[in-house]
Write a protein that binds this ligand. Sequence first.
Ligand SMILES: [Zn+2]
Length: 206
Amino acid sequence: MVKFPCGRCGARLQADDELVHVPGQCPACGVEFLVPATRQYLAKVATIKRAARVKEARLTAKTERRATVAARAVARRERCARAAEATRRAAQSFFGRRLHLVPCLIAMAFLLGALGHWPYAYYKILRWVTCAAAILVAYLACEYEQRWAAWLFGAVAILFNPLLPVHLTRDIWRPIDVITAVLFFLAAIFIAEPRPKQESETEPPP
Ligand SMILES: [Zn+2]
């Protein structure tokens, strides 16, 4: 509602806001005029516009926040996928470069198992298993140019060879079995095919 005096007779007039700038006629003196935009009316319009701007700004901020959250979720998923891929590659690389890993673990199990009490046949099998695993490790160590391991496991193979068995007492065999098991463990970890030169470790993510 705008309130204003008639320009000619000074009668107090009023009109709805929608009628601002619309032609009208004074009921008292009959003069024609345009309903004026009063100061109150302009202030009210400014307030409404400001409220609309604030509301829009809030909506924009909300939309941006949502977009940010979504982008973060995508980035997190991508990071997870990259980490999983890296882990898979590392595992593949770890096992792929250690063909002797399973034989080493089997030999270890037999050697540590030898600490229990078994029939004589067990110790015969133990010699075969340990000797075969040691030959494999020595061969691979030679291939991978880890000479120290090749000599060491060559000696183990000879010590455990089943064809010309070395006869020692049980008290001597027990520590030898444990030490040999440890050697197989170390071989499983430290003997590995060298990485190919062109395979870069710091390959940038796709
Ligand atoms: Zn008038």
